[in-house]
Ligand binder design. Structure first.
Ligand code: PEP
Ligand code: MN
Length: 353
């Protein structure tokens, strides 16, 4: 990381960037009103830091020894408005700010009627962002794969409904991009691009999604350590896109016999991640538990743990849902849950330490 002097000229900044490029590396430039900070992207060991340190306009040069430096608190400390929190703005919604943000909607978009009915319900219940899968990651090829599987026209139609429903009920929209071939199409329609747990490790997908410049909802893989999760988030930041919302959605349960939950919701990761990075962290209790009867408790617990918000699957009649019916709650249950979460939040206040 290179910290420029106050009053360093644009030419001096450009020279540092050129020097970094000469080493075959890339630069992450954070330009403040008074101070510019330049992060080095790539294998730093090939860079001659002593040489960078004597370039005109350079105040200080230091190595940050973490695989996720661009999103680290250590790095942000040196930025001018070295924010304790970093917020991701999606339309009028601010994720990571003072108030928790709630994303809700069906697991999968199934029809226009289904989506609009759920959108109306979640809006009334207090949700801020509408979710709905068009391309579903499924374990079995014989299961419903989402309307996007019907080809581009079907995908466009479903994405259009999502956008329309968001506009009608005043909510930005989020949907998952399951593969590189879907990036351009999905980015045309939605406000937040979701990378699902199964794709957390797909660095080519991350890079391509990041380059769209839209906020990214990045879910933790169920077998990933926190360090891996943050290291892969860094691939998004390295494209110059720091509008990243991390999402804890549970990890693989351990032991023999029944686990009683679909995954193990790792709530300790929420404050742990917040100590490492300035990015907001949300929690998805739906996929983590796989059980509608646990959503209320785990939502409250997530907010108590300091989560910046929740993602919850909702259906007016979970029994008829084509995907994940067992973990969906109704709009009335969502309302009750979000009201309780808001009470928890009011009592505990800002939980980032
Ligand atoms: C989803 O949110 O639709 C989803 C499939 O979740 P995950 O990637 O966490 O399994
Ligand atoms: Mn689901």
């Amino acid at each position: 990381m290179i910290i420029m002097k106050t009053g360093a000229t644009p030419e001096q900044v450009a020279e540092v960037i050129n020097e970094i490029k000469r080493f075959g590396l890339r630069a992450d430039v954070s330009q403040g009103e008074f101070r510019t900070v330049i992060g080095v992207i790539g294998d730093e060991s090939v860079a001659d830091f002593a040489r960078l340190a004597i370039l005109p306009g350079v105040k200080e040069v230091m190595r940050i020894e973490t695989p996720y430096k661009l999103i680290s608190r250590e790095y942000s400390k040196y930025l001018e408005n070295g924010a304790e929190r970093f917020t991701v703005k999606v339309g009028d919604v601010e994720i990571g700010g003072e108030e928790p943000v709630y994303m809700a909607g069906p697991c999968a978009v199934e029809s226009r009627e289904q989506l609009f009915r759920i959108a109306e319900g979640v809006k009334k219940a207090g949700a801020h962002i509408l979710r709905g899968g068009v391309f579903k990651p499924r374990t079995s090829v014989h299961s419903f794969q989402g309307l996007g599987a019907g080809g581009e026209d079907d995908a466009r139609e479903a994405l259009e409904w999502l956008r329309e429903a968001g506009e009608r009920y005043g909510m930005p929209v989020v949907t998952e991009i399951r593969g590189e071939s879907q990036v351009d199409l999905v980015a045309e329609y939605v406000d937040v691009l979701q990378i699902g747990a199964r794709n957390m490790y797909d660095q080519d997908l991350l890079t391509k999604v990041a380059a769209k410049g839209k906020p990214v909802l990045f879910k933790r893989h169920f077998g990933a350590s926190v360090e891996e999760f943050l290291s892969f988030a860094e691939y998004i930041a390295a494209e110059g896109n720091k509008d990243i919302v991390l999402c804890e959605r549970g990890i693989v349960p351990v032991g023999k016999g029944k686990s009683y939950t679909r995954y193990t919701l790792d709530l300790g990761s929420v404050p742990a991640i917040q100590r490492e990075t300035f990015l907001p962290v949300m929690v998805d209790p739906s996929h983590a538990t796989g059980r509608h009867d646990l959503i209320f408790n785990m939502s409250c617990a997530a907010i108590a743990a300091g989560a910046s918000g929740l993602m919850i699957e909702v259906h007016y009649n979970p029994a008829e849902a084509l995907v994940d019916g067992q973990q969906m709650i109704t709009p009335d249950e969502l309302k009750e849950t979000l009201e309780a979460c808001n009470r928890v939040h009011r009592v505990l206040g800002k939980t980032v330490v």
